[in-house]
Structure formats: structure tokens, C-alpha cells
Write a protein that binds this ligand. Structure first.
Ligand SMILES: [Zn+2]
Length: 76
């Protein structure tokens, strides 16, 4: 388990929630599926899919600060 549970709030996506927060991951723009767990990023105030939240949490320190830049990955 690599997920940093302190930095993200897990919620199960449903139509009502998507209506409020949007249907897409703020990082990879993938559309959320109903019933899928989505993750609220408390630092950036945005919702992420599990893959993105997981990847981001690995770059965070214990205060949820992103300590490792990932510039190469933003090029595509
Ligand atoms: Zn994503």
C-alpha cells in the first residue's frame, strides 16, 4: 500500500458527486466511472483517479508537499 491516505480523501464516485466536482481526472483527464473510487487532493483542491493519486502520493513528503518534480512526464 503506497497510497498516502493523509493527503487524499477517497470517495466513491456517483452521478451526484460527478455533478458537483466534474467527470474527469484533473491530472490525466480520464473520465471517472460510476462506482470508482476517486481521490480529493487537499493540496490542489481537485479530484484525481486512483492511478494519479497514487503516483502523486509517491512524490509527496509526510506533509503532503510534492518534493520531487516530474517535468519530463508533462511533455506529452
Ligand atoms: Zn488520472
Amino acid at each position: 500500500m503506497t497510497m498516502n491516505g493523509v493527503c487524499f480523501v477517497e470517495q466513491i464516485g456517483n452521478a451526484e458527486l460527478f455533478e458537483r466536482v466534474g467527470h474527469y481526472c484533473a491530472e490525466c483527464y480520464r473520465e471517472f466511472a460510476e462506482g470508482e473510487p476517486i481521490y480529493y487532493d487537499m493540496q490542489e483542491f481537485r479530484y484525481l483517479c486512483r492511478e494519479c493519486a497514487d503516483r502523486l502520493s509517491q512524490r509527496m513528503n509526510e506533509r503532503c508537499e510534492v518534493v520531487e518534480e516530474e517535468r519530463a512526464a508533462t511533455l506529452f
